[in-house]
Design a protein around this ligand. Sequence first.
Ligand SMILES: Nc1ncnc2c1ncn2[C@@H]1O[C@H](COP(=O)(O)OP(=O)(O)OP(=O)(O)O)[C@@H](O)[C@H]1O
Length: 705
Amino acid sequence: MDATQPTIVEEKIVKYNGEVQVRKYQKGKFLGKGGFAKCYEFQNQETKAIQAAKVVEKASLTKSRAKQKLMSEIKIHRSVHHQHVVKFEHFFEDAENVYILLELCHNQSLNELLRRRKRLHELEVQCYALQIISALKYLHSHRIIHRDLKLGNLFLNDKMEIKLGDFGLATKLDFDGEKKRTICGTPNYIAPEVLEGKAGHSYEVDIWSLGVIIYTLIIGKPPFETSDVKTTYSKIRKNLYEFPQHVIISDGARDLITKILIGDPKMRPNLDEIIAHEFFNNGGTIPKTLPQSFLACPPSAQYIRQYMPQGFNFTSQAKGLPQRLESTAPANPIQGNRAGVQTAGGTSQGTNRQYQTAQNNVMAATDRGGVFKRNLDSQGALTKDTQINKPTSPSDKGSTQRIMKDQSLTGPSCWVKKWVDYSSKYGLGYLLSNQATGVFFNDSTKIIIDPNGHTFYYYERKAVSTSEKQDVMQTYNLTDYPKDLQKKVTLLQHFRSYLENNKEQPSPTDDLLSQKKLPASQEPPVYVKKWMRTKHAIMFRLSNKIVQVNFQDHTEILLNSESRLVTYVNKKGERQTLPLNHALESNNAEMTKRLKYTKDILTHMLNNNNNNNNKMTTASSNAGLSMGGTGSVAGGTNGASQIGASSRMGTITTAVSSKRSAAGTGMGGVDTGMPQSVTGRTGSSSNVNLLSSDRRPLNVLNQVQ
Ligand SMILES: Nc1ncnc2c1ncn2[C@@H]1O[C@H](COP(=O)(O)OP(=O)(O)OP(=O)(O)O)[C@@H](O)[C@H]1O
């Protein structure tokens, strides 16, 4: 068979008069694999409509039980019609397979979403949970129990609507009081009465799974998860789970989860009681759907405030901690730029802590003109502008620092994960942590393609006034864009396949690369605005205001000038995010040295621009792009390129391979070997005036000595 030819699957339809009609589908992209089915995009050759096709090999249906399961899935799924249930289109078979055609959900499942995002904001959880409840209400009212409710079966379509799929374990009761006895489900989500088996189970198993889902989305991992199924089942039976200390969860969410995850199914709230619960009724409004950008990035504080002007109510910490944790802040919680977390005689185990309620900070912030822009991050954890009070005594210091770590301040949501420096010919290609690929061309234009590979954004610097130039963006589709961009688009695609193929050790986010890509987001994506190489490092300035410096010894600094947070990745790849002033006060000389170096690079960039724009070496005028020496790009005229990867992924490659050991020694020792004045090459345009907003990273580093 010719591998280049598309695979066509034929459906033979026998009409009432015996005539055979053939409907053709072109088999497209592989969408995923389940326990017994593979899923592909199928395009109807006549209507051009694209659907998801679950392909089940007939060879796998030899056991009557498997056949029965498939028949039951088809029977139940085709009978349900609801906005939040994956639409069943139809099914057919040929000699080898059974094909189930379903509504295509472009945005994968909540499983992939959580893998990308780690945890969701409670507002997002409210929004998704209400849609799931709506689907469950419909199913239960039709006496259908889904029995396999889990993140992987909750899909998102292109409108970001939840679609419940996979009816492989669903069952329809003959009458309401009927109990089912089949032990089925997915370990992490299975209700205790299913495991127990004797008394049978009913609709309450879906409620239990809903509780597991809400917990998982907020906390980031399922409540009963362990490394082996037996232990998981034992924990489910004994109802052993806890709310981890490092994630702050609202009182409403905690209460709802606790009420749902109750061993006795009769004691669980029903769907109406869940909707009426405080978690969904805490004074704000809940969006019907969420923007696509939330697939990769958390909602902004501004977005949250739109729906939750008064914030969530956070008064207590995890199980095992004092139930009521009073605010320890002064009457006016805002003093300068400090408020937030204080220790109250923290023990060495750090268990006896008190936190000011996060909500207080949010309210104070909004009341006082938004001094604290984001006290809650997308996970509801204290973060961003939340400052940690200075310790009052040396003994407090230890516990304060531990709290900072435990609070797990989140670093930037998007950063450069890998890059390839081919500025000897074309420019710098890079792969971001959200899987978007971009190129900073030598002529200072930039291009970035959405992870789905359909939409791309092209940035050109244009004069917006006599003295000011700005990046002006155009959005195009890969199938329709101006001819003069053809070369750049081709280069982008080369960079993209190079960066995606150059994977080393898999990392949690790497596996996303091999999966279905994200859809085009509604907001323009993050891109590299400037970059620069120096003797010891490469620096990227991202459009999300992050300055990222990757050092040759695999350490990394990520500076968020808006929130004044620094993320430091040490040589072992360990990552820590902390407020800048704490970073400076810390005893971590390695980190402070690198902050100083970052400051020097920024100063250098700024001086170059302010003094004489033409002095600034540009990517276009310096094809070799090497100034620093050790860290210089291989090549120049020979067009060789170098590839690098972010150390946080544990995949540093050979960005600076030739001189790595030398640099490593220099950085690791007492003498950093860093130059006093930084010279480097840059990918910013020569005539760019680094306007005031660009001063911010430098301004926040003012205190660095
Ligand atoms: N409607 C859809 N739109 C897009 N992708 C889908 C759709 N349905 C399924 N998929 C993809 O196909 C994969 C396999 O589908 P599914 O989970 O339904 O198969 P299965 O064999 O029934 O799985 P399970 O082992 O959970 O019973 C899913 O993980 C998902 O990635």
